[in-house]
Structures are given as structure tokens and as C-alpha cells.
Design a protein around this ligand. Structure first.
Ligand SMILES: *Cc1c(COP(=O)(O)O)cnc(C)c1O
Length: 385
């Protein structure tokens, strides 16, 4: 059975060209990038080139990029490193209720360390109000952290507008851009962001590698202590193959960014339109105007999201309910609750995220199978008349 993969926000497949670029560094070119002999120098050169490619994707200079073990580490480093470095200036952090757990749980940890955190609410579309950011700022505020685009509902936040407010007050600005980088144009200078987190496996690169952008002149404490790698700021032998793969993935997404985004937007619209036509009692979640391309999050009343995911899986279709990180927990997604969905509706939500290999035929197949499954499940529901 040909499987249809519609969970690109959870992770993406490794692009064959990325694998090809990585292979030498998993085999013959196994040198440590810190070693000064031939194969060490080759590894070092490969890391330098990858850094330039990732930097180009976000309009940064390559010496502002530091490789990490992924988006989670980048978020942890940004927040803990900045909070510790600025402790003398203040103890207040502002973030939002819809952040990824890599940010939320780090903020909760920082609260245990004596910091105060304001979690800003969002509106029904998942949008953060820049005026609310401004109002939340006190003379103790040291960091504002807002995600670029939400992983569950796809809403793109007004990061530039928020940036203007935050920079005017001279506060450090962090953005979790893991879902945005590679999907929509991201320019660190247009936003004026100080710290920005990225992850390779969300853009057809390998898992276990990411990066933190740190604006020149911004000083944060180190998260990992050890060797002198990453210019003394992130210890640990470089994941050379992973970094090379990240570089290649960045280059590929740079090349096709706009075309792919437009195609995925059209495909996503086709999927949403089909769902509206074929099913009743559905509502779409996320901001209709500015949403990640090919992102469909829909609540289907009188069914359980988990049951839908499992039934679709048996038909060869991979989607998620809520977020992959929340899978296995019975609580509805914190994001869906934050946009005001009642528990029972949040429970019946599906996230379908298209990717560069998704086709019209995939979408149409889902539009054939999904309504049948919904009908069957609803027939068993005592609530559905
Ligand atoms: C996936 C994701 C992360 C975590 O990145 P990893 O590389 O998987 O650790 C962080 N933030 C957002 C918004 C994500 O979607």
C-alpha cells in the first residue's frame, strides 16, 4: 500500500539529495572537525560551508549561527542562556500560551529558578496581540519569546510588529522559528530578532541537528560546557554529517521556497474545500489570512481525533490529532484550548500538514477516505443525530 504522509509539521523525510551530501561524512570523511590533519580539515570545511547555507536561508551572517542538537536545544539555550546573562537587569520573561513545549517547559523551569513569566493569551485565530506584548512589559522584563508560526494550527504571528515594540524597549527578542524556516521567507534583520531557533528535520534535513541564531553583539550564557567547539559557545564534537545535511536542506529550500509555498497553499485549500463540501459540523482552526502553506487543522464534531488518526492509519494515511509531542496524552492540545475550543471539540481535531512531495492525488484520496471514516464513527456516536 502506498502510504500518504500528511504530518510534515511533526517531521519530514530526508531529502535524497541531503542524504547524498551527508554520506561522505558518515563514511570516509569521518574526521573530527577540531583535528588539524586532512580528514579533520575536510570536516571543518564542510561545517563552514553548511553554516553559510543555513545563514543565507534566514538572512544572517554565518558567524551569527551556532549548531545545536535540534530545535529543543536551541530554545533551551536561548531562554536559559539569556535569562542567566541578564539576571542582574531583571527577572521577567514574556512568552505566549501557544508556544511549543520546548519553550513552555523551559519557562516553567525558569520560574522555579526565580524568574517571573507572563504567558500571553491569543485570540480565536491563535494570534498574539502586539499591544498585549507592550502592556505586559515592565522595567524588569529581560526577554520576549514568541513563536514565528504555530506547529499545531499554522498561524503566523506578527513577529515584525512585536519586534518593533520589543527592540524599542531594548529587550532581548527570541523567536522559535522551527516551523517557519524553510517554509516561508524568514529574514532576521527585517524582524530585528536577537535569537532565533531552527531545526533541520522540519525542512527535509536529518533529525538531531538544529541551530541558534545569535545576533552579533548579543551575549548569552552557554548551555553546554566542555570543549571549544562553535567558537567556545556550544561544546561537543560537531555532528558533521548532520550539519552538512542541514546545510544542504537549507540550500534546497532556499532554491524553491516561493514556488513550493504557493503549490502547498493551493493543495491545502483544495483539501479544506473538499472537507467543507463533503462533511458537515466541521470548523477550521488557525488564522485564515496568514497560515503556514499546506496546513489544515480541522475540528470534526462527534468524533474522537485519536479514533480518526487510527482509522486513517489503517488506510495508509498518516496525520496527527493535536501535536505529535502531545500524542499519547489524553489532554486536548494546549493550543486548541487557548484559541477557545471546548474540550470535546478540541478532542475531535485533525492536523494535516502537506509537504513538498504531496500531490493532488494524495489530497483527493484523503477526501475519499476521510468522509467515509467520519460517517462510520459518527454512526456509533450517541450524540450525533
Ligand atoms: C519541532 C519543534 C521544536 C523542536 O525541535 P526538535 O528539533 O524536534 O527538538 C520546537 N519548536 C517548534 C515550533 C517545533 O515545531
Amino acid at each position: 500500500m502506498k502510504r500518504i504522509y500528511l504530518d510534515h509539521n511533526a517531521t519530514t523525510s530526508l531529502d535524497p539529495e541531503v542524504l547524498k551530501a551527508m554520506m561522505p561524512y558518515l563514511t570516509g570523511e569521518f574526521g573530527n572537525a577540531s583535528s588539524i590533519y586532512e580528514c579533520g580539515r575536510m570536516a571543518q570545511k564542510a561545517v563552514v560551508e553548511a553554516r553559510e547555507k543555513v545563514a543565507r536561508l534566514i538572512g544572517a551572517q554565518s558567524d551569527e549561527l551556532f549548531f545545536t542538537s535540534g530545535g529543543t536545544e536551541a530554545d533551551n539555550w536561548a531562554l536559559k542562556g539569556a535569562a542567566e546573562a541578564l539576571r542582574d537587569k531583571g527577572n521577567h520573561i514574556i512568552t505566549t500560551v501557544i508556544e511549543h513545549h520546548a519553550v513552555l517547559h523551559t519557562c516553567e523551569y525558569l520560574e522555579e529558578q526565580g524568574f517571573e513569566v507572563t504567558y500571553l493569551p491569543v485570540d480565536e485565530y491563535g494570534l498574539v496581540d502586539p499591544a498585549a506584548v507592550e502592556q505586559a512589559i515592565t522595567d524588569q522584563t529581560i526577554i520576549v519569546s514568541v513563536m514565528y508560526a504555530n506547529n499545531e494550527i499554522g498561524t503566523i504571528e506578527p513577529v515584525e510588529e512585536i519586534g518593533k515594540i520589543v527592540k524599542e524597549k531594548g529587550i532581548l527578542y527570541h523567536i522559535d522559528a522551527v516551523q517557519a524556516v524553510g517554509k516561508i521567507p524568514v529574514d532576521v534583520n527585517a524582524i530585528g530578532v536577537d535569537l532565533l531557533s531552527m531545526s533541520a528535520h522540519k525542512l527535509y534535513g536529518p533529525k538531531g541537528v538544529g541551530a541558534l541564531y545569535i545576533r552579533k553583539g548579543v551575549k548569552i550564557n552557554n548551555l553546554l560546557h566542555g570543549g571549544a567547539q562553535e567558537r567556545n559557545q556550544r561544546a561537543g564534537t560537531e555532528n558533521v554529517a548532520g550539519i552538512v545535511g542541514f546545510g544542504k536542506a537549507a540550500e534546497l529550500s532556499c532554491d524553491n521556497l516561493i514556488e513550493t509555498a504557493e503549490r502547498l497553499t493551493r493543495l491545502g485549500d483544495r483539501l479544506a474545500k473538499g472537507i467543507t463540501e463533503k462533511m458537515d459540523h466541521v470548523r477550521f482552526n488557525g488564522y485564515p489570512l496568514h497560515r503556514l502553506p499546506g496546513h489544515v487543522n480541522v475540528s470534526i464534531e462527534f468524533v474522537e481525533g485519536e479514533a480518526l488518526v487510527m482509522s486513517l492509519d489503517m488506510q495508509g494515511i498518516s496525520v496527527s490529532s493535536g501535536s505529535a509531542c502531545a500524542a499519547g496524552s489524553a489532554d486536548p492540545s494546549h493550543v486548541l484550548l487557548a484559541i477557545g475550543l471546548p474540550h470535546e471539540i478540541a478532542h475531535g481535531s485533525l492536523r494535516m500538514t502537506l509537504g513538498k512531495d504531496s500531490t493532488e492525488a494524495d489530497v483527493d484520496e484523503v477526501l475519499t477516505i476521510l468522509p467515509r471514516i467520519v460517517e462510520k464513527l459518527r454512526a456509533m456516536s450517541p450524540l450525533y443525530q
